[in-house]
Design a protein around this ligand. Sequence first.
Ligand code: ADP
Length: 285
Amino acid sequence: MSGRGAGLRERAVAPERDPGGLLEPPPREEPYYRPLGDELQVFTAAAQDRLPVLLKGPTGCGKSRFVRHMAWRLGRPLVTVAGHDDLSASDLTGRYLVRGGETVWQDGPLTEAVRAGAIAYLDELVEARQDTVVVLHPLADDRRVLPLERAGERVAAHPDFQLVISYNPGYQSLAKELKPSTRQRFVAIELGLPPPDAEAEIVAREAGVSLGTAMSLVRVAHSIRPLRDRGLAEVPSTRLLVRAARLVHAGLEPAVACRSALCAALTDDPELEATLAEIVAAVLG
Ligand code: ADP
């Protein structure tokens, strides 16, 4: 972090925001993650080769949990940034702040990760503005540098720095936003929704319900998921199933838990909601 005070008056400064100190130390306890394929090996190999990782998968399928788990395995700090359509390049790289009458440069979360050798997880980045994606190019390719134009600095990435970005292939196309030469450096890992047995195991473990209860909730989800093609914008993710299972753990009947955690959460359309409720009733008997 460097302090620069002169000639900055024209720059927008945001004294109320301080994005610093965002690195989480490596998790001490193993974050539970049920592997679904060879993602642990692929991520480890990419990290050894200092290649950026592209995680593909629908919302709620375990991408963030996987990254936390890898931070634990590799013993690296982690910084997570959630993409949104207002996220600017300086939200990632840093900005000048006014502190005690002085203007000082404050590293953003990406810059902190680059300097410290952390994993930077940029979640659903494609939601962000184009200038945000552009700052990643020299970092993701062979140069591994982060130019901080405003601070007049080029930060060489720490050898342990690992860039991870995620996107939902269902409705986003991050691939289009990245330069082909950059895109080709990413190691892609596809994490879909887990197969039924694995999903039941995850739900049972995460919510503290029996495997039988978890399996019946998974069956509900699997009956609802095909409705994606018939008007349902989002289908029940593993996250929503875990939520329903927690309600069951808290004492609700499974059908009631499914209606509130799945049906009502997924649609506001009364007809569609009624269809979902019928499916719940049919599956749970
Ligand atoms: P995403 O980042 O893809 O939106 P998350 O990682 O937040 O999804 O996953 C949502 C929840 O689903 C997690 O908090 C966890 O309870 C559960 N989960 C999903 N997949 C797994 C998995 N493979 N192993 C362990 N938990 C999982």
